[in-house]
Design a protein. Structure first.
Length: 579
């Protein structure tokens, strides 16, 4: 097939009628809606679709595995508030992408997984087509919405529905099924052009009711020990100024969830990150802004939250989120920008500061914890432990606050979250609601593509393994990504031995002293082996200053690290386990 950038493809036999086809209509429907980047793995039946998209001027990023392309699309959605587009082949490629689509939906990231599929007539009779699978049925329960387009003249409306479904209300993942036959369907070009839809106001403002705002303000005004919790919904909303005004005007301590770090800097005087346990236990009125009371917040009850009676105010665009785990005393349903602006208006100009007693208690705890941590971050012993290595990276990020930090692993994740301060909004991307491993390189690639900023991916050696092959993609597109592999020779630790005494390695250990940096060199990137915090710091600085694709193998003490990082309590314990 010839590759052209125009929508006009073919002439009918008489030479009169201008024609177009499914390929071109999909590309034009996306472009018309400002969707100009596709994350994909090419193959049957979508290779020409990706090829034509590139020819038409779209940015097409070709990955090595669909899950990574899907993760890239998901985080592109989070960063831009437009659905990230992932394009996959049928059946197995679709299934690989589906994990990312489900993860995006769980995290409330807007994305559209477009997948080619085999012939409906054969699939539906289960006659054994090439890559036969009823993809629409399989996708449906795992995403926010799922559609199939069967006629070329429906492409415009199909893409419009997908976009609106992804970004309106609570954002999420949408599946769009495109059977191979649709792509080559030919229709009249004028009819095709007319069938395209530019979605007007895809994520309309949702204004909260005045009573809801007043109810919340009344509660907040009476609070003795108020707390604001910012979640990644607040980061997504890009209402940074309004949120900062609300926090500062109220004088209330705030706690950022991991991907909400940086909406206000972690170094802000009201940030209670270093006093997390205390504020969760002791607070009496808690205002949640774009954060859910799920497992990451111990469901709003139990030991973590203490015995003192607590009342919750919750701002969320999804009405059904209210009372999901505990009673919400003051639900405010609406988009965060609108809700926070209404709260600010309602607060007027003489809003009282929270009781001084409370602020003093929080600050004292903060100072105590920060002082306790400080020497561990400066520890220069070899082999490095997590704290020493992260202490070095903390300084690098402080000096380069526009860098986007991608973070996954167990100990690498849990410790980095606490140690590396984030100074600007949406500069920390991590494993999110599921705590899933494998997002690292996909997120890093999309972060570089979508923002043009430097990206630092700090990943455990185990986490890296799930998506490590994409370092080839990083090199191929020459992206300013520096991957630091925290290599402690295994999952959690590198010291476990096979309890049976047999010759196989224990289940959590990897090849000892592996050199992940050599992988990067294989693709023409920069590989560095770092054994001290100073070496690590210098190598990362060089990578971020040069923008060259770099992988640093940071040799971490194999004995450092605890089982499952900070969530070891989620492991069921066998009563019969041999000591
Ligand atoms: P975290 O894990 O950081 O606590 P969650 O993903 O649990 O964050 O919660 C994010 C919440 O934000 C979701 O309940 C989602 O419905 C909500 N949300 C996302 N975007 C908006 C928005 N623009 N306005 C209001 N709520 C939003
Ligand atoms: Mg490890």
């Amino acid at each position: 097939m010839s590759v052209t950038a125009q929508s006009v493809q073919a002439q009918s036999a008489g030479g009169e009628q201008e024609l177009t086809d499914g390929f071109h209509l999909i590309i034009e429907a996306l472009k018309l809606n400002g969707l100009n980047t596709i994350y994909c793995v090419p193959g049957i039946p979508i290779t020409d679709l990706a090829r034509l998209a590139q020819a038409s001027g779209m940015r097409v990023i070709s990955f090595r595995h669909e899950q990574n392309a899907g993760n890239a699309a998901a985080i592109a959605g989070f960063l831009t508030r437009k659905p990230g587009i992932c394009l996959t082949v049928s059946a197995p490629g679709f299934l690989n992408g589906l994990t990312a689509l489900a993860n995006a939906t769980t995290n409330c990231f807007p994305m559209i997984l477009i997948s080619g599929s085999s012939e409906r007539e054969i699939v539906d009779l289960q006659q054994g087509d090439y890559e036969e699978m009823d993809q629409l049925a399989i996708a449906k329960p795992l995403c926010k919405a799922a559609y199939r387009i069967l006629r070329a003249e429906d492409i415009g409306i199909g893409v419009a529905r997908a976009i609106r479904s992804a970004v309106s209300g609570r954002p999420g993942g949408v599946y769009l099924d495109i059977p191979a036959k649709l792509l080559s369907q030919v229709i009249d070009a004028e009819l095709g052009r007319k069938s395209l839809v530019k979605v007007i106001d895809p994520a309309p403002a949702q204004i909260p009711a005045k009573e809801a705002v007043d109810r919340a303000l009344n509660l907040l005004r009476q609070a003795k020990r108020p707390l604001i919790i910012l979640g990644k919904g607040a980061a997504y909303a890009q209402a940074d100024d309004a949120i900062r005004d609300l926090v500062e005007k109220s004088g209330i301590p705030f706690l950022p969830m991991s991907m909400a770090k940086g909406i206000l800097p972690d170094t802000h005087p009201q940030c209670a990150g270093a006093a997390r346990s205390l504020v969760l236990k002791e607070s009496d009125v808690v205002m949640l802004i774009g954060a859910r009371l799920n497992w990451l917040l111990s469901h709003g009850k139990g030991k973590t939250w203490g015995d003192a009676p607590k009342k919750f105010i919750q701002i969320d665009i999804e009405p059904r989120e209210m009372d999901s785990n505990v009673e919400i005393a003051a639900p405010i349903v609406g988009d965060i920008e609108s809700c926070v602006s209404r709260l600010l208006e309602g607060m007027g100009n003489d809003w009282p500061n929270p009781p001084e007693e409370w602020i003093k208690t929080v600050n004292a705890k903060k100072e105590e914890n920060i002082a306790k941590m400080a020497p561990r971050l400066r520890n220069n012993s070899v082999p490095m432990d997590f704290h020493a290595a992260l202490g070095a990276l903390r300084t690098v990020i402080k000096e380069r606050p526009d860098t986007i930090l991608v973070n996954e692993g167990a100990n690498t994740l849990d410790l980095a979250r606490g140690i590396i301060d984030i100074h600007k909004p949406r500069k920390r991307l991590d494993v999110g609601t599921w705590g899933v491993m494998g997002i690292g390189t996909g997120f890093a690639i999309a972060a570089a593509i979508e923002t043009g900023n430097r990206v630092l991916a700090v990943v455990g050696d185990s986490a890296f393994g799930f998506s490590g092959m994409e370092i080839e993609t990083i090199c191929r597109y020459n992206l300013p990504v520096c991957v630091v592999v925290f290599n402690n020779n295994g999952i959690y630790r590198g010291t476990e031995v096979n309890p049976s005494g047999g010759p196989d390695p224990a289940i959590t250990v990897f090849v000892k002293d592996a050199r992940y940096d050599k992988m990067m060199e294989a693709f023409g990137g920069v590989g560095v082996h770092a054994t001290t915090p100073d070496e690590l710091k210098r190598a990362v600085e060089e990578a971020l200053d040069s923008g060259k694709p770099t992988l640093i193998n940071a040799a971490i003490d194999p004995a450092a690290g605890s089982e499952s990082g900070r969530i070891g309590n989620l492991n069921p314990q066998s009563l019969l386990k041999k000591k």
